[in-house]
Design a protein around this ligand. Structure first.
Ligand code: ZN
Ligand code: ZN
Length: 163
């Protein structure tokens, strides 16, 4: 992956358009029930990237605060027109967002690096056998590429942990 590549994306109606100035640090496929309910799909695919590397080029996504079991805040940012979720901010870190990969114009460029919460994966969801997968969560230090860890730690936010 290179850092000078642009990934563009939008909501369904096109009111909100954005660009990622860098490749994401890592991409999760999350099979938890919350992600299913929130996306209406079998799992959510989230590309983790610095908020500062996300440029909104049209429209303005609107924050929707979610109730969570853990009590930690979870904000979903949606197009105010069509309602598509373009990214999430789990834990309201504000310095990092979870881009909904399916809203990228070319999601094929951001396949999941890790599948998480596979204990709740649907029986008809096929996870590739060679994929790195975790019944719940994983150890960032062990699983993240070194350069992504450097980027993450530069944000000065707490590391990701089990939900
Ligand atoms: Zn829209
Ligand atoms: Zn999830």
């Amino acid at each position: 992956m290179t850092d000078d590549t642009d990934h563009t994306g939008s909501c369904f109606c096109g009111e909100v358009q954005y660009r990622l100035r860098r490749d994401p640090m890592i991409v999760h496929a999350c099979h938890c029930r919350d992600c299913r309910k929130q996306t209406g799909g079998p799992y959510a695919i989230n590309a983790l990237i610095e908020r500062s590397e996300v440029e909104v080029i049209a429209g303005e996504p609107v924050r929707h605060e979610q109730k969570t079991g853990s009590g930690k805040p979870h904000d979903i940012w949606r197009c105010d027109e069509c309602g598509s979720a373009v990214w999430s901010d789990y834990g309201r870190r504000e310095v990092m967002v979870f881009i909904r990969v399916a809203t990228l114009d070319d999601p094929e460029r951001c396949p999941p690096d890790l599948h998480i919460f596979t204990r709740s994966a649907l029986s008809f969801t096929k996870i590739p056998a060679e994929a790195r997968q975790f019944r719940v969560f994983y150890d960032m230090q062990a699983e993240w590429p070194a350069e992504s860890l450097v980027r993450f730690d530069a944000l000065g936010t707490r590391r990701l942990g089990a939900a």
